[in-house]
Design a protein around this ligand. Sequence first.
Ligand SMILES: C[S@@+](CC[C@H](N)C(=O)[O-])C[C@H]1O[C@@H](n2cnc3c(N)ncnc32)[C@H](O)[C@@H]1O
Length: 414
Amino acid sequence: MSGLPTRKAARDLLDATLEHRRPLEEALEQLPKRLDPRDRAAAHRIAAAVLRRLGSIDEVLSPFLRRDPPPPARHALRIGAAELLLLDTPPHAAVATAVALAPKAFAGLVNAVLRKVAAEGPAALEGLDAPRLDTPAWLWSAWHAAYGPAVRAIAEAHRGPAPLDLTPAPGATPPEGAEVLPTGSWRFAAGTRVTDLPGFAEGQFWVQDAAAALPALLLKPQVGERVADLCAAPGGKTAQLAAAGAEVTAVERDAGRVARLAENLARLRLPATIVQADAAAWAAPEPFDAILLDAPCTATGTIRRHPDVAHGKRPRDVPAAAEAQSRLLGAAAAMLKPGGRIVFATCSLQPEEGEAHLARAATLGLAHDPFGTEELAGLTEAITPSGCLRTRPDFWGTRGGMDGFFAARFRRVG
Ligand SMILES: C[S@@+](CC[C@H](N)C(=O)[O-])C[C@H]1O[C@@H](n2cnc3c(N)ncnc32)[C@H](O)[C@@H]1O
Protein backbone atom coordinates (compact mmCIF):
# COMPACT_ATOMS: atom_id res chain seq x y z
CA MET A 1 0.00 0.00 0.00
CA SER A 2 1.43 3.40 -0.94
CA GLY A 3 2.35 5.50 2.09
CA LEU A 4 2.65 2.52 4.41
CA PRO A 5 6.50 2.55 4.71
CA THR A 6 6.26 6.17 5.93
CA ARG A 7 3.70 5.29 8.62
CA LYS A 8 5.63 2.19 9.68
CA ALA A 9 8.71 4.34 10.14
CA ALA A 10 6.65 6.94 12.08
CA ARG A 11 5.37 4.14 14.33
CA ASP A 12 8.95 2.95 14.95
CA LEU A 13 9.94 6.50 15.90
CA LEU A 14 7.03 6.74 18.36
CA ASP A 15 7.84 3.33 19.80
CA ALA A 16 11.51 4.32 20.33
CA THR A 17 10.74 7.73 21.89
CA LEU A 18 7.61 6.98 23.91
CA GLU A 19 8.08 3.34 24.94
CA HIS A 20 11.89 3.31 25.26
CA ARG A 21 12.62 7.00 25.93
CA ARG A 22 15.25 7.08 23.22
CA PRO A 23 16.06 10.44 21.57
CA LEU A 24 14.21 11.05 18.29
CA GLU A 25 17.48 11.89 16.48
CA GLU A 26 18.93 8.52 17.50
CA ALA A 27 15.74 6.70 16.47
CA LEU A 28 15.87 8.43 13.06
CA GLU A 29 19.41 7.16 12.53
CA GLN A 30 18.23 3.64 13.28
CA LEU A 31 15.48 3.57 10.65
CA PRO A 32 16.25 1.07 7.86
CA LYS A 33 18.92 2.42 5.49
CA ARG A 34 16.83 1.36 2.48
CA LEU A 35 14.01 3.77 3.44
CA ASP A 36 13.57 6.45 0.77
CA PRO A 37 14.75 9.88 2.07
CA ARG A 38 11.31 11.36 1.33
CA ASP A 39 9.61 8.61 3.40
CA ARG A 40 12.13 9.24 6.18
CA ALA A 41 11.40 12.99 6.17
CA ALA A 42 7.63 12.37 6.11
CA ALA A 43 7.90 9.87 8.99
CA HIS A 44 9.87 12.43 10.98
CA ARG A 45 7.19 15.07 10.31
CA ILE A 46 4.37 12.74 11.43
CA ALA A 47 6.19 11.52 14.57
CA ALA A 48 7.14 15.08 15.52
CA ALA A 49 3.50 16.21 15.13
CA VAL A 50 2.33 13.38 17.41
CA LEU A 51 5.03 14.16 20.01
CA ARG A 52 4.21 17.89 19.99
CA ARG A 53 0.49 17.37 20.40
CA LEU A 54 0.43 14.05 22.26
CA GLY A 55 -1.80 15.19 25.13
CA SER A 56 -4.38 16.75 22.80
CA ILE A 57 -4.39 13.73 20.46
CA ASP A 58 -4.91 11.30 23.34
CA GLU A 59 -7.68 13.50 24.74
CA VAL A 60 -9.53 13.49 21.39
CA LEU A 61 -9.14 9.70 21.10
CA SER A 62 -10.12 8.81 24.66
CA PRO A 63 -13.97 9.09 24.43
CA PHE A 64 -13.88 6.56 21.57
CA LEU A 65 -11.83 3.97 23.47
CA ARG A 66 -13.24 1.80 26.21
CA ARG A 67 -9.79 0.66 27.31
CA ASP A 68 -6.24 1.61 26.48
CA PRO A 69 -5.06 -0.44 23.46
CA PRO A 70 -1.51 -1.90 23.41
CA PRO A 71 1.29 0.36 22.05
CA PRO A 72 1.28 -0.79 18.37
CA ALA A 73 -2.46 -0.07 18.07
CA ARG A 74 -2.20 3.10 20.15
CA HIS A 75 0.54 4.47 17.87
CA ALA A 76 -1.49 3.63 14.75
CA LEU A 77 -4.41 5.59 16.25
CA ARG A 78 -2.18 8.54 17.18
CA ILE A 79 -0.63 8.65 13.71
CA GLY A 80 -4.06 8.50 12.07
CA ALA A 81 -5.44 11.19 14.37
CA ALA A 82 -2.43 13.48 13.79
CA GLU A 83 -2.87 13.11 10.04
CA LEU A 84 -6.59 13.81 10.23
CA LEU A 85 -6.45 16.71 12.66
CA LEU A 86 -3.07 18.38 12.17
CA LEU A 87 -1.43 17.39 8.90
CA ASP A 88 -4.22 17.79 6.34
CA THR A 89 -3.89 14.23 5.02
CA PRO A 90 -6.96 13.25 2.95
CA PRO A 91 -9.21 11.32 5.40
CA HIS A 92 -9.43 8.11 3.32
CA ALA A 93 -5.61 7.89 3.13
CA ALA A 94 -5.14 8.67 6.84
CA VAL A 95 -7.66 6.01 7.90
CA ALA A 96 -6.64 3.32 5.40
CA THR A 97 -2.91 3.53 6.22
CA ALA A 98 -3.54 3.56 9.98
CA VAL A 99 -5.76 0.47 9.62
CA ALA A 100 -3.05 -1.29 7.61
CA LEU A 101 -0.48 -0.31 10.23
CA ALA A 102 -2.44 -1.64 13.21
CA PRO A 103 -2.06 -5.25 14.43
CA LYS A 104 -4.75 -7.37 12.69
CA ALA A 105 -6.79 -7.84 15.87
CA PHE A 106 -7.15 -4.06 16.21
CA ALA A 107 -7.80 -3.14 12.57
CA GLY A 108 -11.59 -2.90 13.12
CA LEU A 109 -11.18 -0.75 16.21
CA VAL A 110 -8.71 1.61 14.49
CA ASN A 111 -11.06 1.95 11.51
CA ALA A 112 -14.10 2.72 13.67
CA VAL A 113 -12.31 5.13 15.99
CA LEU A 114 -10.60 7.10 13.22
CA ARG A 115 -13.86 7.49 11.30
CA LYS A 116 -15.31 9.10 14.43
CA VAL A 117 -12.18 11.27 14.80
CA ALA A 118 -12.55 12.40 11.19
CA ALA A 119 -16.14 13.47 11.87
CA GLU A 120 -16.01 14.78 15.44
CA GLY A 121 -12.29 15.34 16.12
CA PRO A 122 -11.86 18.86 14.71
CA ALA A 123 -14.58 20.29 16.98
CA ALA A 124 -13.27 18.32 19.98
CA LEU A 125 -9.73 19.60 19.35
CA GLU A 126 -10.96 23.22 19.24
CA GLY A 127 -12.32 23.07 22.77
CA LEU A 128 -9.18 21.71 24.44
CA ASP A 129 -6.64 23.55 26.59
CA ALA A 130 -3.88 22.40 24.25
CA PRO A 131 -0.85 24.11 25.85
CA ARG A 132 -1.63 22.44 29.16
CA LEU A 133 -2.51 19.02 27.73
CA ASP A 134 0.56 18.91 25.49
CA THR A 135 2.95 19.72 28.36
CA PRO A 136 3.80 16.96 30.85
CA ALA A 137 2.41 17.97 34.27
CA TRP A 138 5.81 18.05 36.02
CA LEU A 139 7.24 20.43 33.43
CA TRP A 140 4.17 22.68 33.59
CA SER A 141 4.49 22.94 37.41
CA ALA A 142 8.24 23.55 37.28
CA TRP A 143 7.90 26.27 34.62
CA HIS A 144 4.96 27.84 36.41
CA ALA A 145 7.06 28.03 39.59
CA ALA A 146 9.98 29.56 37.65
CA TYR A 147 8.23 31.82 35.12
CA GLY A 148 4.66 32.35 36.44
CA PRO A 149 1.92 32.87 33.82
CA ALA A 150 4.53 32.83 31.00
CA VAL A 151 4.37 29.03 31.27
CA ARG A 152 1.42 29.21 28.85
CA ALA A 153 3.38 31.18 26.24
CA ILE A 154 6.28 28.73 26.60
CA ALA A 155 3.94 25.78 26.01
CA GLU A 156 2.34 27.55 23.03
CA ALA A 157 5.79 28.08 21.50
CA HIS A 158 6.23 24.29 21.50
CA ARG A 159 3.25 23.71 19.21
CA GLY A 160 4.84 23.96 15.80
CA PRO A 161 8.17 23.34 14.09
CA ALA A 162 11.00 25.82 14.73
CA PRO A 163 12.60 27.95 12.01
CA LEU A 164 16.08 27.18 10.66
CA ASP A 165 18.69 29.45 12.28
CA LEU A 166 22.22 29.87 10.98
CA THR A 167 25.32 31.55 12.34
CA PRO A 168 27.29 33.26 9.55
CA ALA A 169 31.06 32.96 9.12
CA PRO A 170 32.77 36.38 9.40
CA GLY A 171 32.13 38.45 6.26
CA ALA A 172 29.52 36.06 4.80
CA THR A 173 26.49 37.59 3.07
CA PRO A 174 23.02 36.21 3.80
CA PRO A 175 21.42 34.03 1.07
CA GLU A 176 18.15 35.28 -0.40
CA GLY A 177 15.20 34.79 1.94
CA ALA A 178 17.17 35.14 5.17
CA GLU A 179 15.85 37.29 8.00
CA VAL A 180 18.85 38.88 9.71
CA LEU A 181 18.11 38.82 13.45
CA PRO A 182 19.23 41.63 15.80
CA THR A 183 21.82 39.34 17.43
CA GLY A 184 23.39 38.50 14.04
CA SER A 185 21.88 35.05 13.31
CA TRP A 186 20.09 34.39 10.00
CA ARG A 187 16.62 32.89 10.08
CA PHE A 188 14.79 30.85 7.44
CA ALA A 189 11.30 29.33 7.47
CA ALA A 190 10.82 25.96 9.21
CA GLY A 191 11.47 23.12 6.81
CA THR A 192 14.24 24.91 4.84
CA ARG A 193 17.02 22.43 4.08
CA VAL A 194 20.38 23.90 5.02
CA THR A 195 22.22 21.83 2.41
CA ASP A 196 20.11 23.50 -0.31
CA LEU A 197 21.28 27.01 0.61
CA PRO A 198 24.06 28.58 -1.48
CA GLY A 199 27.30 28.80 0.51
CA PHE A 200 26.75 25.62 2.57
CA ALA A 201 29.52 23.57 0.96
CA GLU A 202 31.84 26.59 1.10
CA GLY A 203 31.40 26.82 4.89
CA GLN A 204 29.70 30.23 4.88
CA PHE A 205 27.44 29.35 7.86
CA TRP A 206 26.43 26.66 10.30
CA VAL A 207 23.15 25.58 11.90
CA GLN A 208 22.68 27.05 15.36
CA ASP A 209 19.57 28.32 17.11
CA ALA A 210 19.69 32.10 17.65
CA ALA A 211 19.76 31.59 21.44
CA ALA A 212 22.49 28.95 21.23
CA ALA A 213 24.74 31.53 19.55
CA LEU A 214 24.62 33.87 22.57
CA PRO A 215 26.90 32.17 25.17
CA ALA A 216 29.97 32.29 22.88
CA LEU A 217 29.20 35.93 21.96
CA LEU A 218 29.01 36.82 25.65
CA LEU A 219 32.39 35.17 26.37
CA LYS A 220 33.87 37.82 24.00
CA PRO A 221 36.73 35.69 22.65
CA GLN A 222 39.74 37.74 21.50
CA VAL A 223 42.20 37.07 18.68
CA GLY A 224 45.03 34.81 19.90
CA GLU A 225 43.48 34.02 23.29
CA ARG A 226 43.69 30.40 24.47
CA VAL A 227 40.08 29.32 24.87
CA ALA A 228 38.71 25.91 25.87
CA ASP A 229 35.33 24.74 24.65
CA LEU A 230 34.36 21.97 27.05
CA CYS A 231 31.55 19.63 25.89
CA ALA A 232 32.04 20.81 22.33
CA ALA A 233 30.26 18.60 19.78
CA PRO A 234 28.71 19.11 17.28
CA GLY A 235 30.75 22.31 17.37
CA GLY A 236 28.50 25.33 16.85
CA LYS A 237 30.20 27.19 19.68
CA THR A 238 33.69 25.91 18.80
CA ALA A 239 33.13 27.40 15.34
CA GLN A 240 32.12 30.77 16.80
CA LEU A 241 35.21 30.88 19.03
CA ALA A 242 37.55 29.86 16.20
CA ALA A 243 35.90 32.33 13.80
CA ALA A 244 36.63 35.09 16.32
CA GLY A 245 40.33 34.26 16.05
CA ALA A 246 40.82 32.47 19.39
CA GLU A 247 43.14 29.45 19.69
CA VAL A 248 40.51 26.88 20.56
CA THR A 249 40.83 23.54 22.34
CA ALA A 250 37.57 21.63 21.92
CA VAL A 251 37.00 18.84 24.46
CA GLU A 252 34.35 16.20 23.77
CA ARG A 253 33.84 12.83 25.45
CA ASP A 254 31.86 10.88 22.87
CA ALA A 255 33.86 9.32 20.00
CA GLY A 256 31.02 9.51 17.45
CA ARG A 257 30.38 13.14 18.30
CA VAL A 258 34.12 13.93 18.08
CA ALA A 259 33.97 12.72 14.46
CA ARG A 260 30.98 15.02 13.76
CA LEU A 261 32.80 17.95 15.37
CA ALA A 262 35.86 17.33 13.19
CA GLU A 263 33.68 17.04 10.05
CA ASN A 264 31.84 20.28 10.82
CA LEU A 265 35.04 22.23 11.45
CA ALA A 266 36.55 20.84 8.23
CA ARG A 267 33.53 22.06 6.21
CA LEU A 268 33.84 25.46 7.84
CA ARG A 269 37.64 25.51 7.37
CA LEU A 270 38.04 26.63 10.98
CA PRO A 271 40.94 25.41 13.13
CA ALA A 272 40.69 23.90 16.63
CA THR A 273 42.62 21.33 18.64
CA ILE A 274 40.18 18.51 19.30
CA VAL A 275 40.63 16.41 22.45
CA GLN A 276 38.53 13.34 23.14
CA ALA A 277 38.22 13.28 26.93
CA ASP A 278 35.89 13.59 29.89
CA ALA A 279 36.17 17.31 30.64
CA ALA A 280 35.56 16.64 34.34
CA ALA A 281 38.74 14.52 34.52
CA TRP A 282 40.92 16.00 31.74
CA ALA A 283 44.25 17.55 32.76
CA ALA A 284 44.71 20.74 30.71
CA PRO A 285 48.36 21.15 29.62
CA GLU A 286 48.30 24.81 30.71
CA PRO A 287 45.66 27.18 32.06
CA PHE A 288 43.28 28.94 29.66
CA ASP A 289 42.46 32.63 29.23
CA ALA A 290 38.78 31.79 28.85
CA ILE A 291 36.48 28.78 28.89
CA LEU A 292 33.07 28.05 27.44
CA LEU A 293 31.29 25.30 29.34
CA ASP A 294 28.15 24.31 27.42
CA ALA A 295 27.26 21.60 29.87
CA PRO A 296 25.13 18.53 29.11
CA CYS A 297 21.62 19.07 30.48
CA THR A 298 18.01 17.90 30.28
CA ALA A 299 17.64 20.10 27.16
CA THR A 300 14.12 21.21 28.12
CA GLY A 301 14.86 24.51 26.36
CA THR A 302 15.01 22.71 23.00
CA ILE A 303 11.53 21.10 22.93
CA ARG A 304 10.56 23.16 19.84
CA ARG A 305 13.29 21.36 17.92
CA HIS A 306 13.25 18.09 19.86
CA PRO A 307 9.64 17.38 20.90
CA ASP A 308 10.68 13.96 22.25
CA VAL A 309 12.50 15.69 25.14
CA ALA A 310 9.15 16.57 26.75
CA HIS A 311 8.29 12.87 27.01
CA GLY A 312 11.76 11.36 27.41
CA LYS A 313 12.86 13.24 30.52
CA ARG A 314 11.71 12.55 34.06
CA PRO A 315 11.79 14.82 37.12
CA ARG A 316 14.73 12.88 38.58
CA ASP A 317 16.86 13.70 35.51
CA VAL A 318 17.03 17.36 36.61
CA PRO A 319 19.03 16.93 39.87
CA ALA A 320 21.23 14.31 38.17
CA ALA A 321 22.07 16.74 35.35
CA ALA A 322 22.64 19.61 37.82
CA GLU A 323 25.08 17.43 39.78
CA ALA A 324 27.08 16.57 36.63
CA GLN A 325 27.10 20.28 35.67
CA SER A 326 28.50 21.21 39.11
CA ARG A 327 31.32 18.69 38.70
CA LEU A 328 32.17 20.11 35.27
CA LEU A 329 32.06 23.69 36.57
CA GLY A 330 34.50 22.75 39.36
CA ALA A 331 36.86 21.12 36.83
CA ALA A 332 36.58 24.11 34.48
CA ALA A 333 37.38 26.61 37.26
CA ALA A 334 40.63 24.73 37.93
CA MET A 335 41.67 25.05 34.24
CA LEU A 336 41.45 28.87 34.22
CA LYS A 337 44.24 31.40 34.64
CA PRO A 338 43.75 33.75 37.61
CA GLY A 339 41.43 36.51 36.35
CA GLY A 340 40.37 34.29 33.44
CA ARG A 341 36.70 34.15 32.49
CA ILE A 342 34.23 31.38 31.97
CA VAL A 343 30.76 31.31 30.49
CA PHE A 344 28.65 28.47 31.84
CA ALA A 345 25.61 27.61 29.70
CA THR A 346 22.81 25.04 29.51
CA CYS A 347 19.87 24.65 27.11
CA SER A 348 17.50 23.86 29.97
CA LEU A 349 14.53 25.83 31.30
CA GLN A 350 14.94 24.27 34.74
CA PRO A 351 16.42 26.77 37.27
CA GLU A 352 18.32 23.92 39.00
CA GLU A 353 20.44 23.72 35.84
CA GLY A 354 20.80 27.48 35.55
CA GLU A 355 20.36 30.15 38.21
CA ALA A 356 21.07 27.66 41.04
CA HIS A 357 24.68 27.34 39.88
CA LEU A 358 25.47 30.92 40.91
CA ALA A 359 25.76 29.90 44.57
CA ARG A 360 27.90 26.86 43.72
CA ALA A 361 30.27 28.96 41.56
CA ALA A 362 30.97 31.25 44.52
CA THR A 363 32.38 28.26 46.46
CA LEU A 364 34.74 27.44 43.56
CA GLY A 365 36.60 30.75 43.59
CA LEU A 366 34.51 32.12 40.72
CA ALA A 367 33.15 35.68 40.97
CA HIS A 368 29.97 36.39 39.02
CA ASP A 369 30.62 38.88 36.19
CA PRO A 370 27.08 40.02 35.30
CA PHE A 371 26.05 40.63 31.68
CA GLY A 372 24.90 44.19 30.97
CA THR A 373 21.86 44.81 28.78
CA GLU A 374 24.13 46.78 26.40
CA GLU A 375 25.90 43.49 25.58
CA LEU A 376 22.79 42.10 23.92
CA ALA A 377 21.20 44.79 21.75
CA GLY A 378 17.82 43.67 20.43
CA LEU A 379 17.28 41.08 23.15
CA THR A 380 17.60 42.96 26.42
CA GLU A 381 14.63 41.01 27.86
CA ALA A 382 16.95 37.99 28.04
CA ILE A 383 19.23 39.61 30.64
CA THR A 384 17.88 38.94 34.15
CA PRO A 385 18.06 41.49 37.00
CA SER A 386 21.04 39.54 38.41
CA GLY A 387 22.90 39.75 35.07
CA CYS A 388 22.40 36.22 33.74
CA LEU A 389 21.18 35.24 30.28
CA ARG A 390 17.78 33.55 30.33
CA THR A 391 16.13 33.01 26.95
CA ARG A 392 12.75 31.33 26.59
CA PRO A 393 10.96 29.70 23.63
CA ASP A 394 8.33 32.45 23.70
CA PHE A 395 10.87 35.27 23.25
CA TRP A 396 10.68 36.82 19.76
CA GLY A 397 7.35 34.98 19.56
CA THR A 398 6.15 36.74 16.42
CA ARG A 399 9.45 35.93 14.70
CA GLY A 400 9.37 32.20 15.47
CA GLY A 401 10.78 32.03 19.00
CA MET A 402 14.13 30.73 20.21
CA ASP A 403 15.51 27.92 22.34
CA GLY A 404 15.53 28.28 26.12
CA PHE A 405 19.09 28.90 27.32
CA PHE A 406 20.77 29.92 30.54
CA ALA A 407 24.24 31.46 30.70
CA ALA A 408 26.32 33.20 33.34
CA ARG A 409 29.85 34.61 33.20
CA PHE A 410 32.38 34.27 36.01
CA ARG A 411 35.97 35.37 36.62
CA ARG A 412 38.48 33.30 38.51
CA VAL A 413 39.49 35.10 41.66
CA GLY A 414 43.22 34.79 42.56
C1 LIG B 1 24.93 20.51 24.93
S1 LIG B 1 25.93 19.49 23.93
C2 LIG B 1 27.14 20.62 23.40
C3 LIG B 1 26.77 21.43 22.19
C4 LIG B 1 27.96 22.17 21.64
N1 LIG B 1 28.60 22.99 22.65
C5 LIG B 1 27.61 23.04 20.46
O1 LIG B 1 27.42 24.24 20.62
O2 LIG B 1 27.54 22.52 19.34
C6 LIG B 1 26.81 18.61 25.15
C7 LIG B 1 27.99 17.79 24.63
O3 LIG B 1 28.78 17.46 25.76
C8 LIG B 1 29.30 16.16 25.61
N2 LIG B 1 29.66 15.75 26.98
C9 LIG B 1 28.82 15.34 27.97
N3 LIG B 1 29.53 15.13 29.10
C10 LIG B 1 30.82 15.41 28.82
C11 LIG B 1 32.02 15.38 29.57
N4 LIG B 1 32.02 15.02 30.86
N5 LIG B 1 33.17 15.74 28.97
C12 LIG B 1 33.19 16.11 27.66
N6 LIG B 1 32.08 16.15 26.89
C13 LIG B 1 30.92 15.81 27.47
C14 LIG B 1 28.18 15.40 24.97
O4 LIG B 1 28.66 14.24 24.32
C15 LIG B 1 27.62 16.45 24.00
O5 LIG B 1 28.27 16.35 22.75
